[in-house]
Design a protein around this ligand. Structure first.
Ligand code: PLP
Length: 410
């Protein structure tokens, strides 16, 4: 895998940012888009655009074939047993909320337990708070180790016969820890609970096999994996999707509509109320083709290598705190850090003057920030188009920030 060649696929890297070539280290927030995806979107709008499923005209058929073809591509990408287990949603947040509304809220009751770590992204935390409020179920948080990982023995201790749902991010968006989802799913299932995996930071970056992992639901976003914004996926086991209630009611998702009651289409179409995210799904299908051609194993290795290198380089600079698992540990491609005594927004602003884009803030994980005893952090996240030179540029820009804020560093 050659990131220098890969970069040429991404028109955005022709941009100059504040007089410097762009160093984009914010792919965990959203990835850049290759020409191959942009061209498929253009082709779709210029030659296929129509509504799906209902039209009998030629364009309607083309659009339907492209849309349903994208579902098949996504199913193969995550090794789903059938394309009918892939629901197109707006993204991870919507997918997780659909499980909360359509599955958990319909079933849970006082005494039931939902188990998760406190390090989850708000999208995989607030929906469960809302389920607990609505149903009387209880949330049980798993203890976090100092590097943000969780221990399987703590999962064993937390999950009981009362547990109905266990959920965790496959890869933490703040700490980069890779969680043992397969082992956690096994514990959940042994106690009769279902396992929900937030794949927002794993599906774009590593091979993910839902059958191997044996999760009951998996949620992820297209925009973090070279696809367009506004499209994501909810994968579920067939029997669970069949049992689950739709969240949106209206056109497209119905079978028979009477005046006082109606019936729904089968899974997955019963979950896709209204005109679906047609172009988004087609673009996601193109992104899946693009990533598959490069190879997810290679991407995972590349991202982890850059993260380890970045950790080592940052740790060699005085005055920088790095959070999460050590360099060299099997981890996702992101690094979270703080320049001691300087607000990360100020750090990110100085880096931006050098063309280096990093994220600063609470990363939608306020409870985790409290555990780390920080208000916010900076985060550099890597993807297939990043190079070791990008890390050199990050380090140079950080050295400038250190000089600039020198007085503030303890
Ligand atoms: N979960 C994790 C771990 C994430 O990193 C993100 C996005 O940053 C989300 C959920 C939410 O994804 P989206 O905003 O695409 O719905």
């Amino acid at each position: 895998m050659n990131p220098v060649e890969i970069r040429k696929d991404f028109p955005i890297f022709a941009e100059q940012i504040n007089g410097h070539p762009l160093v984009y280290l914010d792919s965990a927030a959203t990835s850049q888009k290759p020409r191959q995806v942009l061209e498929v979107l253009k082709q779709y709008y210029e030659h296929e655009n129509s509504n799906v499923h209902r039209g009998v005209h030629t364009l309607g058929t083309r659009a339907t074939e492209s849309y349903e073809g994208a579902r098949e591509k996504v199913a193969r990408f995550i090794n789903a047993p059938s394309a009918n287990q892939v629901v197109f949603t707006r993204g991870t947040t919507e997918s997780l909320n659909m499980i909360a509304y359509g599955y958990a809220r319909q079933r849970f009751q006082p005494g039931d337990e939902i188990v998760l770590p406190p390090s989850e992204h708000h999208s995989n935390l607030i929906p469960w708070q809302q389920v607990a409020r609505a149903t009387g179920a209880t949330i049980k948080y798993l203890p976090l180790q100092s590097d943000g990982t969780i221990r399987l023995e703590d999962v064993e201790a937390a999950v009981t016969a009362n547990t109905k749902l266990v959920t965790i991010a496959h890869v933490s968006n703040v700490l980069g820890a890779i969680n043992p989802v397969k082992e956690i799913a096994e514990i959940a299932h042994r106690h009769g609970a279902i396992m929900v995996v937030d794949g927002a930071q794993s599906v774009p970056h590593m091979p993910v096999d839902v059958q191997e992992m044996d999760c009951d639901f998996l949620a992820f976003s297209g925009h973090k994996m070279c696809g367009p914004t506004g499209v994501g996926v909810l994968y579920g086991k067939k029997e669970l999707l069949d049992e689950m209630e739709p969240t949106y009611f209206g056109g497209e998702m119905i079978d028979v509509v009477e005046l006082y009651e109606s019936t729904w289409k089968e899974t997955p179409w019963k979950f896709e109320g209204g005109t679906p995210i047609i172009a988004g799904a087609v673009g996601l299908g193109a992104a899946v083709d693009y990533l598959t051609a490069i190879g997810l194993e290679e991407i995972a290795e590349h991202d982890a290598h850059l993260a380890s290198l970045a950790i080592e380089r940052l740790q060699s600079l005085n005055g920088i705190d790095v959070y999460g698992p050590e360099a060299g540990v099997h981890r996702g491609g992101l690094v979270t850090f703080n320049l001691r005594g300087v607000h990360p927004h100020d750090v990110a602003t100085v880096l931006d003057t050098q063309g280096v884009a990093v994220r600063a803030g609470h990363h939608c994980a306020q409870p985790l920030m409290r555990i780390l005893n920080v208000g916010s952090t900076a985060r550099a996240s890597f993807y297939l188009y990043n190079t070791e030179e990008d890390i050199d540029r990050l380090v140079e820009a950080l050295q400038q920030a250190k000089e600039f804020f020198g007085h503030a560093i303890g």
